[in-house]
Design a protein around this ligand. Structure first.
Ligand code: NAP
Ligand code: F7E
Length: 345
């Protein structure tokens, strides 16, 4: 019998890679998408199967993580072996603008799924994965961060995810459920949302190369992130769920890059020569003709910044035998190639 997985957040970056991965592993994948006025399935259209096809391995359902009834109904109807909770308002800066919604989706959303498993008496059958984040470490700048490092979230997003982290552990300890957290550091891909910094840089630099845009405006150039590839990271999610005992794992590359260096890597790939000048908000990157290609804009600075993230994933490397396959240069190359191929002409 094929295993059934239920993915909340199927239309997102990770949901799409995870669905592809599980279909290849012979799962039947059920995904939850929310209703929107324009179509939001672009990342999974290539694996879509018409409802009239018999023995479908990819099935989409409407639902919303802020709607307990739809969550409970789907869990009851599908009775999945594995649930991956990837659904979230996942943008840190937006969480300062919409803190209440972020708490509802990112914190209580996890509780709704856990309760639906319990309410439907599926504790023994259904395993639960919670999409945890390096944003939990926040102001704890002591690197590298691992499963034992203390949490000090620095945004409504981070605080909401802290609740989700602990409620997952609480259900595991209270009800003996297989419920676990992957504490994933930043991971990117050509499918990354356009307002996250890596994709924003790639898209703008490609447009600059094609003379369709003059300047890229950014916020803090000196934030350091541990950037991996989403494809490698969804593999870790699956490995976490295959264990006999539920355990939480940090997933990271163990290598750190600043936002500014990410700009330099993209410029290098596009053969754009940049010269950096100035300091603070006045820092700029110019091309050989003296045109300003990159500048800072206060609008992109956050009320509170997470400056220094670098993960130590030795537990995952030892117990799960997981390690990242993609270097940051390969990641940049893949993102730039995809963008250039799509926008040529
Ligand atoms: P993403 O691209 O922003 O995808 C988020 C997904 O959640 C989308 O499918 C979105 O649907 C869905 N969603 C949002 N609100 C929802 C709601 N109320 N009900 C149902 N679905 C909802 O995020 P991602 O990069 O794939 O990340 C996946 C998960 O990992 C998120 O929980 C994120 O917080 C967490 N995480 C991400 C990273 C990273 O670096 N990527 C690192 C650590 C943790 P729409 O398409 O309709 O918006
Ligand atoms: O910012 C700085 C910004 O928005 C990265 C989410 O997936 O990873 C992601 O959160 C850094 C920050 O990602 C701009 O201040 C500078 O220091 O790409 P980001 P994030 O905040 O790290 C974690 C692990 C998650 O869990 C989240 O869901 O880049 N930065 N200038 C900028 N950031 C943005 N977005 N835009 C700028 O113009």
């Amino acid at each position: 019998m094929k295993k059934k997985a239920l993915i909340f957040g199927i239309t997102g970056q990770d949901g799409s890679y995870l669905a592809e991965y599980l279909i290849k592993k012979n799962y039947i994948v059920h995904g939850v998408k929310r209703r929107s006025s324009s179509i939001n399935t672009g990342r999974v259209d290539h694996i879509y199967q018409d409802p009239h096809v018999s023995n479908r391995t990819f099935i989409l359902h409407y639902g919303d993580i802020t709607d307990s009834l739809s969550v409970a109904r789907l869990v009851k109807q599908i009775k999945p072996h594995e649930i991956y909770n990837l659904a979230a308002q996942s943008h840190v800066q937006v969480s300062f603008e919409s803190p209440e919604y972020t708490a509802n989706a990112d914190a209580i959303g996890a509780l709704r799924i856990l309760e639906a498993i319990r309410f439907n008496k599926l504790e023994k059958k259904t395993k639960f994965y919670q999409a945890g984040t390096s944003e939990l470490y926040g102001l704890n700048e002591k690197t590298p961060q691992n499963e034992k490092s203390f949490f000090h979230p620095a945004s409504p997003y981070g605080v909401a995810k802290l609740y989700a982290h602990w409620i997952t552990i609480n259900y595991r300890e209270s009800y003996n459920m297989f419920a676990c957290n992957g504490i994933l550091f930043n991971h990117e891909s050509p499918r990354r949302g356009e307002t996250f910094v890596t994709q924003k840089i790639v898209q703008a630099m490609c447009r600059i190369k094609q003379k369709k845009q003059k300047t890229l405006y950014l916020g803090n150039l000196y934030a350091k992130r541990d950037w991996g590839h989403a494809r490698d990271f969804v593999h870790a999610m699956w490995l976490i769920m295959q264990r006999k005992d539920p355990k939480d794992f940090v997933i990271a590359t163990g290598k750190q890059t600043t936002v500014k260096n990410f700009v330099n890597l993209v410029a290098k790939k596009l053969k754009i020569k940049l010269t950096w000048k100035g300091k603070g908000i006045k820092e700029k990157a110019l091309d050989q003709k003296g045109q300003i290609l990159v500048a800072c804009d206060k609008a992109y600075f956050r009320p509170l910044e997470v400056n220094n993230l670098l993960g130590d994933s030795s537990r995952a490397r030892k117990i799960l035998n997981w390690k990242p396959k993609t270097s940051i240069r390969e990641l940049v190359s893949e993102m730039v190639d995809k963008e250039m191929n799509e926008t040529i002409g």
